[in-house]
Design a protein around this ligand. Structure first.
Ligand code: FES
Length: 145
């Protein structure tokens, strides 16, 4: 095989591998939840994270509401708390895909850790984090600026 052909095939294989792995992260089966809005808070039942008995709870869900231009990725943290991240890429505002370990931008490939920090550009700024509280069996995500 000629060197040029080898490089061409190798490059295509790398691109296919990167696209495949990005796709896996991006569509890792996030559960979508339609929240209710009361005042400035989105209400999400804690039971949203529940799975079949004996299995660990979900790591994250995607919260939607008609008043939101971008959905919110709601992650369960290892310390028992929750983190809410607006799924708006800080590069050019594309909607992110939320996976278990990272959020991926389908527009230009930026990725973000689940703490909101950038893991790969071109985005340079972290995601907007929304405060999360709780009330009874509900999580409250504050939309207050
Ligand atoms: S809009 Fe997300 S990387 Fe450009």
């Amino acid at each position: 095989m000629e060197r040029r052909t080898f490089i061409h095939i190798g490059g295509l294989a790398c691109l296919a591998g990167a696209a495949f792995s990005t796709g896996l992260v991006g569509c890792a089966g996030a559960r979508y939840v339609d929240a209710t809005l009361e005042g400035e808070n989105l209400h999400v039942p804690l039971s949203t994270f529940a799975t079949a008995e004996g299995r660990r709870p979900l790591s994250h869900v995607v919260v939607r509401h008609p008043s939101l231009r971008w959905p919110v990725a709601l992650y369960r943290k290892s310390d028992g708390g929750y983190r809410a991240l607006l799924m708006r890429c800080t590069h050019q505002n594309a909607q992110l895909k939320a996976g278990e370990v990272e959020l991926v931008c389908p527009a230009h490939g930026s990725t973000f850790f689940t703490d909101g920090s950038v893991s790969q550009g071109p985005a340079a700024l972290p995601l907007r984090e929304l405060p999360v509280g709780s009330e009874g069996d509900q999580l409250l995500i504050s939309l207050k600026a």
